[in-house]
Design a protein around this ligand. Sequence first.
Ligand code: NAP
Ligand code: MG
Length: 500
Amino acid sequence: MAELEQRGDRTPIPAAWEYASAPESREIVKLEERYGLFIGGEFVEPRSGEHYKTLDPSSEEPLAEIPQAGPEDVALAVGTARKAFSDGWSAASPAERAKYLFRIARILQERSREFAVLESLNGGKPIRESRDVDVPLAAAHFFYYAGWADKLEYAFPHRRQQPLGVAGQIIPWNFPLLMLAWKIAPALAAGNTVVLKPAETTPLSALLFCDVLRQAELPPGVVNIVTGDGATGAALVKSEVDKIAFTGSTEVGKAIQRELAGTGKKLTLELGGKAANIIFDDCALDQAVEGIVNGIYFNQGHVCCAGSRLLVQESIYEPLLEKLKRRLTTLRVGDPLDKNTDVGAINSRQQLDKIEELVAAGEEEGAEIYQPPCRLPEKGYWFAPTVFTNVAQSYRIAQEEIFGPVLSVLTFRTPDEAVEKANNTPYGLSAGVWTEKGSRILWMAQRLEAGVIWANTYNRFDPASPFGGYKESGFGREGGLHGLEPYLDFREDSADVIGG
Ligand code: NAP
Ligand code: MG
């Protein structure tokens, strides 16, 4: 029973309002002790003979043993995908391909709770997010691309299109199932087969997805999953695939581009970001505070499009910062499986080290740090929500991607200055604009160098809307019709061209 506070002659009230814990049950997820590589519709032992342990980052508890695929395993997976492509998948009727995509979408929905628990267990993200964002959006991508599979000729009129062959796909650990859906759904809709490598630290939802593929009776070999670390990714890049689709860091993206130069293999790169979230003095301040919090603390800031640089108009700097700091004291950091948790665990020791290093650099360079009082669990990888003020544009925390729950606050006076500061980065993935004026939103959107610009909201996603970057944030788009194009070869159909 909570302690009661006497309030004169009025009814006593609890001295503090605490949330009782509301953990989601782990029981719904059945883990294997050891997994195989998913090749040709079967789990097979890796020829490399090597395995590693994947962890729960909130407790450092080992969850399962995962194969570390070597070049021989990757070659086998690619050969299997090639055979599945020529033995039927590329010639299957488009409606047939759509059927499987619809089935996958439906099964993901039916098994959504299992996937949500597993995603939070292996990745550290709050169950509220995996349940309400990751899993539903993953299913939505399969539904969306299922709809296009038999309408490609209308999607790209007067252009005769054909699939590329085998797509090699490499994804990061921040949205494991969602990134898998972004990659696999358009590739299959366009008639390709796939070899996908999940991130080293978060392979479990991709391995559970193999079970969904079997349940959907997808022909064996159309989708193959090879687990392992960066070396496995590098082997996939070097293998006999027709295209590489990569989401990850700019550094690795550059290395892949160098490797593929001159090979004729197609490439799309979805890389890092350092987005500006720009707050004008005429905006709805309380809504903006929610948007700032969502922009940088969602998924512990492990978000490529996170609003990690806050640009505040000088005239509202003080009230905004006061509101923001007050809001931060209400964020609950802790058990990812607790339905009340707002901020979960950092994905890995390596990522925590990187965040700690950049935060130390921020303090050393002279920025002022604020963290709300919060108790972090003793085991596992944790970092408190952090705000830096007094930040200069040259500081590392204003230039480099931290990929953690750390916000750097800068100020501006005029819209021109906001644009100049927002574009002062090698990246160009996303931006946010908060203002009451529609004309100002459009004016800003024309000048900001970013693939996605949100107005009076942040981190909104829809499968129909293309997503991707400018500059060092990469090239190519995922989502929408734009997301199909990189999985197709086009020949102009001269007979169909009007007057042709
Ligand atoms: P990363 O190190 O580049 O890893 C991404 C993927 O590439 C992982 O599967 C990784 O395996 C693999 N990999 C590592 N080295 C490789 C190599 N030499 N050749 C081929 N593959 C290799 O990135 P991360 O640290 O996992 O993810 C965070 C980064 O991804 C951030 O920079 C973030 O901005 C970016 N990101 C971008 C988007 C977007 O849509 N633009 C979305 C999400 C994340 P390991 O697991 O072993 O490292
Ligand atoms: Mg990595």
